[in-house]
Design a protein around this ligand. Structure first.
Ligand SMILES: [Zn+2]
Length: 378
């Protein structure tokens, strides 16, 4: 534990740090007294926790928090900033979150996940807030990444020049690996009991539709997300391969080294090699009807999801971010048209976030600068 030296003036603590924990990457921004980020650092997320404590009713993993501690110490060292000068740490992360920890995050698993203790019923827990508060002797706030996105909008984006934050009614939606939403209404984040409110990716868009990672059928996320695009295309291409055979467009995209012959287009598990959201958009650009159907499904499901957000919260503005949306800004207009078909409120202003990929990073810094704790009303 870091102990403050005697007589240390905590009023001099002018630096804040913000972590954005994604499934594949952790980014860290350090901001100085002026409030602007002065340095950014990023490294891959360690997806397997090798530091575990197996209990009878839970598995505690410390790998992630150790990674965050190391990243922050390295960053402060590189900047020449004494850790004593850190005022607060903000974290936004893909969830689920609960009690200052990540609970069973699907993308970070304990090493023993396939063995004892991980029979699907014993939760694995990655504590973040308490150990970081102890290591850096400063407050730490943890929010899910979509709450982080809307906080980024409130303090740095749409609401930047609005002094009265209670006058803001905003939602932020991400279309990335998954589909999620954060909402700010009249001066408060809408958090729910554990901070996981806004799971609009798991409302039903297509009854008895495609399987979703949550175990249900036909969720918005099963179509309007990176995993949804791949899953939808996988189902359609499997049918195509079993029927008339893969078209040349797909053979070129999936087996570019041997498109004219029976090149390796599937892996042992039956998944198509090289099948990515980018490949689907590429095929759609070439006029491929299967890819166009996948994109049409995405637009429909995203419209259903965002209409639900508008009907639930009646926001003035919904901004959209996430890798899929930011890489394909032309999606916004047809998604807006679909949303409008399902509204029972005056339409919100739906637009891409102007903060781009940094929207959640700004949210993490806002958590730190404002000293926000998930357990408190903001
Ligand atoms: Zn789902």
């Amino acid at each position: 534990m870091l102990v403050l030296p005697l007589g240390y003036d905590t009023g001099m603590r002018e630096y804040v740090a913000g972590f954005d924990i994604g499934g594949t990457k952790i980014s860290l921004a350090v901001a100085g007294p002026a409030g602007e980020p002065i340095e950014r650092f990023a490294e891959p997320t360690v997806a397997v926790c090798d530091c575990v404590e197996v209990g009878s009713d839970e598995i505690l993993c410390s790998s992630l928090v150790r990674q965050l501690e190391r990243m922050l110490h390295q960053a402060l060292g590189k900047l020449g900033v004494n850790p004593y000068l850190l005022r607060a740490i903000g974290i936004v992360s893909a969830g689920p979150i609960r009690d200052g920890a990540l609970w069973c995050p699907p993308n970070i698993r304990p090493e023993q996940a396939a063995g004892a203790g991980a029979n699907g019923r014993v939760p694995w827990i990655l504590p973040l807030v308490t150990p970081l508060e102890s290591s850096f002797s400063c407050p730490v706030g943890l929010f899910n990444d979509c709450s982080g996105g809307v906080l980024g909008e409130v303090y740095t984006g749409v609401g930047k020049d609005v002094a009265d934050k209670a006058s803001l009614h905003l939602a932020y939606a991400t279309i990335s690996t998954g589909f999620g939403v954060g909402a700010w209404d009249g001066g408060q984040l809408i958090l729910g009991k554990d901070g996981n409110a806004g799971e609009f990716g798991h409302i039903v868009a297509v009854p008895d539709g495609l399987a979703c990672g949550c175990g249900n059928l036909g969720c918005v996320e099963a179509y309007a997300s990176g995993t949804g695009i791949i899953g939808n295309a996988q189902v359609r291409l499997t049918a195509m391969a079993a029927g008339e055979g893969l078209s040349l467009v797909w053979r070129k995209l999936l087996a570019p080294e041997d498109p004219e012959h029976d090149g390796p287009v599937t892996r042992a598990d039956g998944a198509f090699v090289n099948l990515t959201p980018a490949a689907v958009f590429e095929a759609a650009d070439q006029g491929d009807p299967t890819a166009n159907d996948v994109i049409a499904d995405l637009i429909y499901a995203a419209g259903i999801g965002l209409a639900a957000v508008a009907n639930a919260y009646d926001p003035a503005v919904i901004t959209v971010g996430g890798g899929i949306a930011l890489s394909h800004p032309a999606l916004i207009e047809p998604i807006r048209d679909e949303m409008l078909r399902h509204l029972n409120v005056v339409s919100p202003d739906l637009r891409l976030t102007e903060l781009g990929h940094r929207v959640t990073e700004f949210g993490a810094l806002a958590v730190a600068r404002k000293g926000l704790a998930a357990s408190e009303a903001v």
